[in-house]
Design a protein around this ligand. Sequence first.
Ligand SMILES: Cc1cc2nc3c(=O)[nH]c(=O)nc-3n(C[C@H](O)[C@H](O)[C@H](O)COP(=O)(O)OP(=O)(O)OC[C@H]3O[C@@H](n4cnc5c(N)ncnc54)[C@H](O)[C@@H]3O)c2cc1C
Length: 406
Amino acid sequence: MHDTFYLNEQHFAVREMVSAFARDEVAPVASQHDADQSFPWANVKRMGELGLLGIPWSEDVGGAGFDTLSFIIAIEELARVCASHAITISAHTTLGTSPIVNFGTESQKARYVPLLASGRVLGGFGLTEPGAGSDAGGTRTTAVKKGDHYLINGSKRFITHGGVGEIFVITAVTEPGAGTKGISSFIMTKETSDPAAAAAHGFGHDNSLTPMRGFRSGKKEDKLGWRASDTCELIFEDVEVPVENLLGPEGKGFTNFMRTLDAGRIGIAALSIGLAQGALDQSVQYAATRKQFGKSIAEFQGIHFSLADIATGLEAGRHLVYHAAWLAQNGHPYTKEAAMAKLFCSELAMRATIAAVQVHGGYGYTRDYPVERMMRDAKIGEIGEGTSEIQRIVIARQIFKDLVRI
Ligand SMILES: Cc1cc2nc3c(=O)[nH]c(=O)nc-3n(C[C@H](O)[C@H](O)[C@H](O)COP(=O)(O)OP(=O)(O)OC[C@H]3O[C@@H](n4cnc5c(N)ncnc54)[C@H](O)[C@@H]3O)c2cc1C
């Protein structure tokens, strides 16, 4: 696509900087972190130093002061090489930090955003529960007001940074029986599950945060993909959360989290575009060197057709993602566009990575090439932050809403 339609000099500079970091520092270790299922502490520290953990937040709160398009370009370039690194900046920024930036009081913002935006500690977002996935309104975690604090009990499942992170925004029911209007959100703090790694790397823990008694991480998930991203259960047992940690008004937790997910979906769409582009890069490179029947497989029309379809999808997908990001950064509604971008790009990433394994033949099915990791990493794009079925429901709801307006 003709990138200059959406992108300016600053965006190109971000792309170049992140692309060099991804090539020189992420690519050499991505496969090992995937095999070990280990969190890439050293590279995440470096991402903080490069400003990648606070791209869209203003400099006075420790951010880089850039726009949403810069943020999604950074995600795209990281995912081209390693989706786990990409989801770390996406989840930390859109899910862990943006609710506090968007819905927090001045004192909540001053207290938590600088720690998150500078990459001093990692943040996360706790919505999903064992019985509340697609149906986020089915939240069972409770918050009972007792004077100057809420008593929180329950658990959350599949939380990105649930182990390594220290600052979380979570949902809990404050008014049972009131449905989604009875759900509120809270800022909660715990200690990282790996204090030794945090001490060794000089980030990931901050002494100024008070770990809340009874709040801890539980089981770490053993996953198909995104294996270098930390996904854990969160457990709340009689946690006393001060009233000043209520985020937004009581009863607004559900609607605020839905808004947060709109932003998160642009991040997943950008991650998926990066993955699809990475799969195409690998396929073109491999096809040019692999010889069968006395010639390069890049000369076979069957290979051309497969890769032409992916390249066409990438062009269309980039328009969807950049357009949704442009709407977001210019203050326009973008719920439908974010859902469309996530739906289209995550399904494209799945097709592109399957095609890449096919182009690599038997070699693509081994860990000697990155395409098998990319294929495993692509699948979660169709599940996390709302499954593809839920995206279709969101899009359809917006279409009918628009029709009713007419
Ligand atoms: C690696 C990873 C990271 C994650 N990170 C986070 C995080 O940081 N924070 C967080 O809160 N959550 C997180 N999640 C949770 C994720 O958002 C949920 O897994 C997802 O929303 C789906 O919920 P579920 O797993 O309960 O599936 P379910 O809701 O049980 O869905 C099962 C199937 O039923 C379908 N289905 C459900 N309802 C409908 C319907 N009305 N119409 C048609 N089909 C339907 C779904 O599309 C799906 O195919 C993460 C998950 C993973 C795996």
